[in-house]
Design a protein around this ligand. Structure first.
Ligand code: UD2
Ligand code: MN
Length: 353
């Protein structure tokens, strides 16, 4: 009797192991790894692997569970429709002594140029993030600290591009975004572009960085506006378009120099080209803006109201089909691709050669 009980137990254990092996093969690897991790130590594997406890609401929680399987890349299964890593809101606070080296360390799977693919499944989404930039290195470090894990939680194939305006001439956000589109498309056939202010930190990973049927305005609930849309057609901050949507509206305007107006011009173009605006829900489209003063070299554009009144007449003659610029350098830095660009001035574009 004792002997047969022992045999049953052995049989039971064997069956369990076979089931686990099958689950592993069937793509339930993460669950199995989790299960084994719990046995190995009295904590979650995330805490074990990282050597410190990841608290709930930490944007990095559980990311260390991701391991590269030994199979070839082309044999990886597709990622599931909904990423199992998505967990909702996370805490956005700014560690005062953070360094770029620390951000690199926390993102071991990010490759040169700020490129990432889930190591354990093939993503069905290719998203480029385009960030207009000048003299905001401090904000950039925090954005990267949050954005990399945020995008990894969504199992995206992604790349981050910083489009850096060379020189001291008045800043031009929309033209930099146009440059970003064109340059990023030379690298890869991106399916979706996110146009992203450097100082806006998403607060909920259910805010998917994928494109919709219509151009998407993602930053609909920002702390600086009391987590509400300031007005119905507002399109500033973070928006997303497929290349087709972008081409349909001839991209963005090139001639808004200085602060303001370009976001409204973009919203008008969306309507003029026959599209609507898509938005996430207010519960998930939440962002914190890192507080800042108006930058030197980005003074309010006094002409913006006059220009906005004419968008209907100008949008086909000004945009993606007319932009002139010169790329001064393209560097594949550990956490992003940096493109430094001469975009000329209000008086036109005169390359220095
Ligand atoms: C609002 C919009 C922004 C844009 C702008 C008007 C929000 C959250 N954002 O931003 O999308 O429509 O109004 O132009 O409401 N930048 C630099 N260096 C500079 C100046 C600007 O990097 O010297 C970049 C940076 O990515 C920044 C973005 O341009 O986030 C917008 O400029 P801003 O943050 O000074 O303007 P803000 O917050 O009023
Ligand atoms: Mn800002």
């Amino acid at each position: 009797m004792l002997l047969s009980k022992g045999r049953y137990l052995m049989l039971f254990v064997c069956v369990q192991m076979v089931v686990m092996a099958l689950m592993y093969r069937e793509g339930y690897r993460k669950r199995v790894v989790y299960f084994l991790g719990v046995f190995r130590k009295g904590g979650t594997p995330a805490a074990v692997a990282q050597g410190n406890l990841t608290r709930p609401g930490d944007v990095y929680a559980n990311l260390s569970l991701i391991v590269k399987p030994s199979m070839r890349e082309e044999d990886l299964p597709f990622c599931p429709e909904k990423s199992p890593l998505i967990s909702g809101p996370f805490r956005v606070t700014f560690p005062p002594m953070l360094t770029m080296a620390e951000v690199e360390q926390k993102n071991p799977f990010v490759r040169a140029g700020g490129r990432y693919k889930p190591p354990d499944c093939e993503s069905t989404h290719r998203t480029a993030i385009i960030i207009p930039h000048r003299n905001r290195e401090h904000h950039l470090k925090y954005l990267l600290y949050f954005l990399h894990p945020f995008l990894q939680r969504q199992q995206l194939n992604y790349g981050i591009y910083i489009i850096h305006q060379a020189g001291n001439y008045t800043f031009n956000r929309a033209k930099l975004l146009n440059v970003g589109f064109k340059e990023a498309m030379k690298d890869e056939d991106w399916g979706c572009m996110f146009y992203h202010d450097v100082d806006l930190i998403p607060e909920d990973d259910r805010n998917l960085y994928t494109c919709d049927k219509y151009p998407k305005h993602a930053s609909i609930a920002m702390d600086k506006f009391g987590y509400k849309l300031p007005y119905k057609t507002y399109f500033g901050g973070v928006s997303a378009l497929t290349p087709e949507q972008y081409m349909k509206m001839n991209g963005f305007p090139n001639n808004y120099w200085g602060w303001g107006g370009e976001d409204d011009d973009i919203a008008i173009r969306v309507a003029l080209s026959g599209m609507l605006i898509s938005r996430p829900s207010v519960q998930v489209g939440r962002y914190k803006m890192i507080k800042h003063e108006h930058d030197k070299g980005n003074e309010e554009n006094p002409k913006r109201f006059n220009m906005l009144a004419k968008t209907r007449r100008t949008w086909k003659q000004d945009g993606m089909n007319t932009m002139e610029y010169e790329v001064l350098s393209k560097e594949f830095r550990p956490l992003y691709t940096n493109i430094t660009v001469d975009i000329g001035s209000e008086k036109g574009f005169h390359p220095k050669t």
